[in-house]
Design a protein around this ligand. Structure first.
Ligand SMILES: [Zn+2]
Length: 310
């Protein structure tokens, strides 16, 4: 059962908006965004893989926990009444190779060994469980979920490499988890299992600044109605519809405006919602239309000479 599902971080919505509206995003920032995006897609893929696990195995995506002032983030865990499976998900693509205990990309760039992160997380999770009086075996794995990943020269005599699971092994790996489960004694009663599940949910926090966002301000961003399908700002009014010149998708005028108001609120949460501001933001509609949409969907507040909406 998926207890804490993969949920797209808010930062991705901000990034999508900035990609359409902000000029001069640096190459490094774009690479950083795509790296995070790929990582998230990897976690989504893994969740799909988890969907047919037994109903009483509890799945949690992205638990952020703290023990003795150390914060740690777990990509995915599956909690059963006999053991806990901890997964570090990697969406590496292309070829990598191993040399002198170090992992390199095909372009000979050194990469942080994911087993180090896995070990750190396993240790901290063990401490967290002990602190809350749970003693349950932890089985930890690094999952390489991208079918286009290949690791060369992985020596069999390096113990931690046995915790690496490669794309072609994923099917068999599910069998392995079942074997581990059936060969282990029950440790947690039904109630204890529920208690631990609730503890994870209660203690997990949303980290501040999950992802880096390039700085931006209202004046510099391109204005217009952003297409719901392709994110293009090349949209035009066609009677009661807003139509995208790039992908051809149309949307009702009111829905398109409300969606773009939501985007404005996401980008500028502390700015007041006024007719003038949203008129500038949406650009292609009349001030009267914006006024009517704001008036019928938000609560007007008039504390100064200007009305704003909440
Ligand atoms: Zn479009």
């Amino acid at each position: 059962m998926i207890v804490k599902p993969c949920k797209e971080p808010l930062e991705f919505s901000i990034w999508r908006s900035l990609r359409s509206r902000k000029q001069n995003i640096t190459k490094e920032d774009m690479q950083y965004y795509f790296k995070n995006l790929k990582g998230f897609h990897g976690e989504l893929e893994f969740e799909k893989w988890c969907e047919d696990l037994p109903e009483d195995w509890l799945c949690f995506h992205n638990l952020c926990l703290e023990v003795k002032n150390s914060k740690f983030q777990l990509d995915y865990i599956v909690l059963t009444n006999k053991s806990l499976f901890l997964f570090e998900i990697k969406f590496y693509s292309h070829d990598y190779y191993f040399e002198n205990d170090t992992l390199y990309t095909h372009q000979n760039k050194e990469v942080l060994n994911p087993s180090l992160q896995l070990q750190r997380n396993k240790t901290l999770l063990r401490q967290f469980l002990t602190e809350h009086d749970y003693d349950i075996p932890i089985h930890a794995y690094v999952i390489f979920i991208n079918p286009h990943f290949f690791l060369y020269y992985a020596p069999l005599d390096v113990p931690y490499l046995h915790s690496f699971v490669y794309p072609p092994q994923l099917k068999r790996f599910k069998k392995k988890l079942h074997e581990i489960y059936f060969n282990t004694q029950v440790i947690l009663s039904y109630q204890k299992l529920q208690d631990l599940s609730n503890l994870f949910l209660k203690q997990s926090f949303v980290p501040k600044n999950l992802m880096r966002i390039p700085s931006f301000n209202f004046a510099e961003l391109k204005k217009g109605i952003r297409c719901k399908n392709c994110s293009s700002l090349q949209t035009r009014i066609k009677t009661k519809l807003i139509s995208c010149e790039k992908c051809g998708i149309s949307e009702k005028k009111k829905e398109a405006v409300l969606r773009n108001i939501e985007e404005f609120i996401l980008l500028f949460p502390s700015q007041k919602l006024t007719t003038t501001k949203i008129y500038q933001w949406c650009k292609i509609l009349s001030q009267k239309t914006i006024y009517q949409i704001l008036r019928s969907n938000f609560k007007p507040t008039k504390k100064t000479r200007y009305t704003y909406y909440q």
